[in-house]
Design a protein around this ligand. Structure first.
Ligand SMILES: [Zn+2]
Length: 138
């Protein structure tokens, strides 16, 4: 990769997302404590380092079932420090469901799914179209 390459502001593919290890650990803890239900949360970035996820805002209430449509859009804040969503899957499947994809497309830029058994080898991140993206643990 050339160091002289200029990044375009709207070039999502060039964004290098990062997440603090303690955020990821919190996600796994919440997923475990809500199991066999799903949990949902919002991902917040640092105001200086705009692509580093530093905080997880846990949404109240757990909803059981396998549709994954666990976010109520009217509950989601318009807050530009919130870059996307996270939710757990009680199964080992990290793929987004149809309901997940509909949500990803409407809200946020980066979405994390933490699947059973909720550790560093059982999660994936997706862009708003549901394409798998890299998120570095920092
Ligand atoms: Zn889901």
């Amino acid at each position: 990769m050339s160091v002289f390459r200029r990044k375009k502001e709207n070039d999502y593919a060039s964004i290098e997302w990062k997440i603090k290890k303690k955020c990821l650990d919190l996600i796994f803890e919440c997923a475990k404590s809500n199991f066999p239900n799903e949990f949902g949360g919002l991902l917040r970035v640092d105001s200086l380092s705009k692509h580093t996820i530093i905080e997880v805002i846990i949404l109240p209430g757990t909803i059981s079932g396998d549709s994954h449509a666990i976010f109520k859009l009217h509950m989601l804040p318009i807050d530009f420090s919130i870059v996307g969503t996270v939710h757990s899957h009680p199964t080992p499947n990290t793929r987004p469901s149809k309901a997940d994809l509909a949500l990803f497309n409407k809200y946020g830029k980066v979405h994390i799914i933490a699947a059973n058994p909720f550790n560093e080898s059982s999660w994936n991140a997706y862009d708003y179209l549901g394409n798998e993206i890299e998120v570095a643990i920092v």
